[in-house]
Design a protein around this ligand. Structure first.
Ligand code: PLZ
Length: 455
């Protein structure tokens, strides 16, 4: 299939019709019954965006247990970029599962793990010698990147940005900025984590360049931590959960140059931005930045749980034998899925598909912003796009409006996520293989929901 074209692959089309269709109220009776069962056994702290339960999904569509079809602008939070249950991925999973499901790479190794590390060495930025370790989740990848950085530098401090999101484990909670819902009541947190201001162009009190924003962060690190104490600076090239914040041009470059001159390792958390999402294979490439270590997850395996840390060979190999690992890390079924997904990213040129999504969506979102005074900004790259909502005429964040629009879209059969430190950002993360008609239909729904009551 040509990515971004109107017609999904025949296999997908047969299994899941690529169109929005509501046949019951949202949620329908079967979903309501499942919600009832859930309340009795699932921990109350686990939240779900959609009020319906999924029966199957394919391409850019999710079908619920009552037969309703939703257009998927979430991709499981930037995971199913190659399409949900992509036929190449499901074939690879079935074949690998029939051969063996698990031996533990630390016990009895296998080729698929090595092949994924070869692909990561080839695809991640920089042509230096690289090594990788495979783990299970984004948070675990960030944890391991910090372990490697500390071992390789002999330094303790970790510097992160305002609005950062790095995970829900103890160390990554410390690295994540937002208290509610991620941190509140869950401390004490890991020490030696320091936070400095990011570049957030919309919300700078006075407009500053990327270089000036970097200088502001660097001055803080030098005065309050000391560069020679810092093992690594961990950055998301586009801040994800924090609000799809694209830093001012020059910000990342200036931070990378400072890292190179001080021996601080630059760790790129490309867990959300990676694997073609922003229109290049990795978001760092837009700024010509080559990180020392890069954490990947989400899109890497087409929906199977897999994550990785890839880095300069001499840094990764500074860790003693047995210092990295885990029971499930680099599970063979997840690795087989990753090899199939990575093949799609490359063979189907999914970075170009992400750029086509940007070319279709940005003009439509910009036109919508002209009609909706509550849209303060349209931003993002590739198929990682967002609108930030405020009270008209101010910069006061409007989380209530973001929640209203997300809920209204769900009621009309379109799955849209919110994000942002202030909860006031609507984000769009469609599968990169989504058809043009589906995307146009989703944007029509969004416009109707946004303009409706305001008009
Ligand atoms: N780093 C940049 O985006 C995961 C989290 C959703 P895990 N983002 C979605 C939620 O509420 O839990 C993420 C990320 C970045 C790290 C992570 C963590 O990845 O696979 O969820 O551990």
């Amino acid at each position: 299939m040509a990515p971004g074209s109107a017609d999904p692959s025949p296999v997908t089309a047969e299994r899941v019709e690529q169109r929005r269709r509501l046949v019951t109220a949202v949620p329908g009776p079967r979903s309501v019954a499942l919600a009832e069962r859930r309340r009795a056994v699932v921990a109350a702290g686990v939240a779900s965006t959609l009020p319906v339960y999924v029966e199957r999904a394919g391409g850019g569509v999710i079908v619920d247990v009552d037969g309703n079809s939703f257009i998927d602008l979430a991709a499981g939070i930037a995971v199913t970029s190659v399409g949900n249950a992509a036929p190449a991925v499901t074939r690879a999973v079935a074949a690998q599962a029939a051969d063996f499901t698990h031996t533990c790479f630390m016990v009895a190794p296998y080729e698929e793990y090595v092949a994924v590390c070869e692909a990561l060495a080839r695809l991640t930025p920089g042509d230096h010698d690289k090594r990788s370790v495979l783990v299970n989740s984004g948070a675990e990848a960030v944890e391991n990147a910090v372990k490697v950085a500390r071992r390789a530098t002999g330094r303790d401090a970790v510097v992160v940005l305002d609005h950062a999101y790095h995970g829900r484990t103890n160390l990554t909670m410390a690295m994540t900025a937002k208290a509610m819902p991620y941190k509140t009541g869950f401390g004490p947190f890991a020490g030696e984590v320091y936070r400095v201001p990011a570049s957030y162009p919309l919300r700078e009190p006075v407009p500053i360049t990327g270089e000036q924003a970097a200088a502001r962060a660097i001055a803080l690190i030098e005065k309050q931590v000391g560069a020679d104490q810092v093992a690594c600076l961990v950055i998301e090239p586009i801040l994800g959960e924090g609000g799809f914040i694209v830093p001012a041009p020059g910000f990342l470059r200036a931070l990378a140059d400072w890292c190179a001159s001080t021996g601080v390792l630059l760790v790129a958390d490309e867990i959300q931005t990676g694997f073609a999402r922003t229109g290049s294979m990795f978001a760092c490439e837009h700024d010509g930045v080559v990180p020392d270590l890069i954490a990947t997850a989400k899109g890497i395996a087409g929906g199977l749980p897999l994550a990785a840390v890839t880095g300069r060979a001499e840094l990764m190999d500074a860790v003693h034998l047995g210092g990295l690992g885990g029971t499930f890390g680099g599970n063979p079924v997840a690795c087989a899925a990753a090899l199939a997904a990575i093949d799609m990213y490359e063979q189907d040129d999914l970075p170009a598909a992400a750029r086509r999504i940007e070319a279709l969506m940005v003009p439509r979102l910009t036109a919508l912003a002209e009609r909706c005074p509550q849209i303060a900004e349209v931003r993002g790259r590739g198929a990682m796009l967002a609108i930030e909502l405020v009270r008209p005429g101010t910069l006061e964040p409007d989380a209530t409006e973001a929640a209203r629009v997300a809920r209204g879209c769900a009621q009309q059969g379109v799955l849209v996520l919110t994000c942002g430190t202030y909860g006031n950002v609507l984000r769009f993360l469609p599968p990169l293989v989504i058809g043009t008609e589906l995307l146009e239909d989703a944007l029509d729904v969004l416009a109707a929901v946004m303009i409706g009551p305001a008009a």
